[in-house]
Every structure is written in C-alpha cells, then in structure tokens.
Design a protein around this ligand. Structure first.
Ligand SMILES: Nc1ncnc2c1ncn2[C@@H]1O[C@H](COP(=O)(O)OP(=O)(O)OP(=O)(O)O)[C@@H](O)[C@H]1O
Ligand SMILES: [Mg+2]
Length: 349
C-alpha cells in the first residue's frame, strides 16, 4: 500500500478555525480560536506551556489568547492575508498530529466563493485563497505542516450535506441554510440534494459577537473585565450557576449580566429571523449551522412556524462544516466511525 498524503478539512472562520481529520477510523475535530498579535512572546514561565512565535516574510506574529491587541480577523480581506495563513497553521498545530505534508480542504465565505449575481464560482478569489495558503511561514523553534495542496469549498452550505442526503428530499425541495457565525450571517438556498445553489446572501454586521460584546461590557461594569474567550464561554454556560459565579466577581450583578446576555440573544435571533424571512419567505426546510445556531434556533423556529420540525438545528453546529468536508473528501469513505465523535479540547494558551 502506498502512503498517501494526509487530508485535513479546515473551516477557517473569522473567529475560530475548525479542523477535522480521520485517525484510527475516527473523525476528530479541534476548534482553534483566532487571537494573534504582532511581535513575539518571551519564553513561557512554565515548561509545559508552549509558545507559538511565527514569522511570515519579515513580520513577526504570536498567538496570544488574552491580548487586547489581537489583530482583526473579521473583515473579508482576512481570507487572503497573513492572518489567515497564521490561523490555519496554528490550528493544524493544535491537532497533535506530527507536522508533515498535508492536503487541505478550506472554506471561503459563500459570497466570496460564488458571484452573487449568477451563483457561479468566483475562480479568481478561489485561486487567491489557494495561493495565500501555500505561502511560506516559519515557526520559531519548531516545525510546521507543509501544505502541498489546497482545495476550496464554500462556507455554510456543505455543512448540511449528509443531513440532506438522508432526508429524502426531491429535486424541487428548497432548503434554506442559515449560518450564524462569530461575525457574519451567511445564507444560501440549496435545490434538491445539492443539484443547484439558487441564491446566496452575506451580512457581516450580524453575528454572535453582538452578544459577546454586550457580555464583555456587562462583565466590565461588574469589575470582571474579561477576554472574548471568557465572555463566549459565559454565553454558552449562562445556565451553569457555579461557572457564572467563577467569572463574575461582584455576585450582586449576576442577574443583571445574565439578563443583558439574554436580551442580546433575543435581539440576535430577531435580526437573523428578519433577514432570513426577507431572503427566503417560504423554503421547504431550514437548517441552522455555525456557532450561533443554538442561540437563534427559537427565533427561527417561530419565524417559520408552519415548517415545524423541518426547522433543524444541526448538532455540534459550530464544527458541522469541518466534519462534513472531512467525511466528504476522505478517501476512506464508509470505513469511518463517526460516533462517538472525539472533540479534542484546545486550551487558552
Ligand atoms: N453552543 C454554543 N452556544 C453559544 N455560542 C456558541 C456555541 N458554540 C459556539 N458558540 C459561539 O459561536 C461563535 C463562533 O462561531 P463560528 O465558529 O461558527 O464562527 P466563525 O466561523 O469563526 O465566524 P464567521 O462564520 O462569522 O466567519 C463564538 O462566538 C462562539 O463562542
Ligand atoms: Mg463560519
């Protein structure tokens, strides 16, 4: 048997990179938050803390989970520049796989991947993304993966591939996919079992960061300044009182903070529902993906009430796209055991 190059699926979103690969017939996934700043960090105090200092050309960067100088990764240009190259390499380093030559499947926002006028592939932008990821980058005191080939897929839509295949839809079924990510809302309409993509939509003003920002402000007002990572964790675990108490220094403010978060979640849900209805009034199904899916599910289910259980929250919605891309592009096909899924945790540093 010849040894083939390892293939890894990377959904490199603007706030988190999701990586999926197959090892020992199991689908594995890591989620790596984007938080980089210029210059290098000094060596870690603790020997088991690894420092990631990178160099692209003559510019030095470092991974810094809690820095307030973290560089913006939330604009479209991010897809084609240094920070994307950094984010992808850094995420690959979190897999625990020995650095080696790899083939990647990566993603581009749907409105970059497709021309919005005619829903055709934008070959120029796809090539630009491929070329960016094949540029050279160096890790100080360490080795990086060698990216030998890059395939580009659209964000959002492929996340529902296996769900669609198993949902006996016909060639006329119109499925609305709603991807609520960290900073953008992306939507698309799939006809049949991926026979056609009939419309795409992107809005970079609606995303979970609306809730994160409100949570950060509320925490700061309760003498509990915190990073994006901690604020996001608080949003996820807002029903877990012992965690909330750990994060909020001034306990008398807990109720106020939680109310603030809940109000923002409702606002996010209302904005997404409004945009979704405007984009697609009467789809046959609605699928929710992306990290914010669970937050907006109640509002979307209500907006498309007549669809009932055909409004579907895809499980582990944040990493669904990376997992599907991995399954779809893996050469191992059905031999893979996807359940129980192994989600490898990534720490703050
Ligand atoms: N179960 C959950 N409940 C609430 N929020 C969650 C959950 N899982 C993830 N998130 C939040 O979702 C956000 C990230 O989502 P995602 O990874 O889809 O964004 P992204 O792909 O980086 O962004 P974009 O698609 O806008 O480029 C983070 O703010 C994260 O905290
Ligand atoms: Mg995304």
């Amino acid at each position: 048997m010849s040894i083939s190059t390892l293939k890894i699926a990377v959904d490199d979103g603007s706030t988190n990179v999701k990586v999926s690969w197959i090892a020992d017939n199991q689908l594995k996934t890591v989620i790596s938050p984007n938080s980089f700043r210029k210059d290098w960090k000094s060596a870690a105090l603790l020997r088991d803390k690894k420092v990631f200092n990178y160099e692209i050309g003559t510019t030095k960067y470092t991974y810094d989970a809690t820095s307030d100088k973290a560089l913006e990764t939330t604009h479209v240009d991010y897809q084609y520049g240094d920070l994307n190259l950094l984010a992808v390499h850094h995420a690959l380093m979190q897999t625990g796989i020995e650095p080696q030559p790899v083939k990647l499947v990566v993603t581009l926002p749907i409105t970059e991947f497709y021309n919005s006028e005619d829903c055709q592939r934008n070959e120029h932008k796809i090539e630009k993304k491929r070329n960016n990821l094949m540029r050279s980058i160096r890790l100080n005191k360490g080795e990086l993966f060698d990216i030998v080939d890059v395939e580009v897929m659209p964000e959002s839509l492929p996340a529902v591939m296996s769900t669609l295949m198993n949902s006996d839809c016909n060639e006329f079924t119109r499925s609305l996919v709603v991807d609520c990510g960290g900073t953008t809302l992306d939507m698309g309409i799939i006809v049949g079992e991926f026979d056609d993509v009939s419309a795409v939509y992107g809005n970079n003003e609606i995303g979970v960061s609306m809730v994160t920002d409100a949570a950060r402000k509320a925490l700061a007002a309760a003498d509990s300044d915190s990073s994006y990572l901690v604020s996001n964790e608080l949003i996820k675990r807002r029903h877990d009182l012992s965690f909330v108490k750990d994060v909020v220094n001034d306990e008398s403010q807990i109720e106020k903070i939680i109310n603030k978060i809940n109000t923002k979640i409702e606002e996010l849900g209302a904005s997404v529902a409004y945009e979704a209805k405007k984009f697609s009034k009467n789809p046959n199904r609605v699928y929710l993906v992306g990290g914010g899916a669970a937050l907006i599910y109640p509002a979307i289910a209500k907006a498309y009430e007549t669809l009932g259980d055909r409004v579907v929250l895809i499980h582990d919605s944040q990493s669904a796209l990376a997992r599907e891309l991995c399954m779809y592009h893996s050469d191992m096909g059905d031999a893979v055991d996807v359940a129980p899924e192994a989600l490898v945790g990534v720490g703050d540093e």
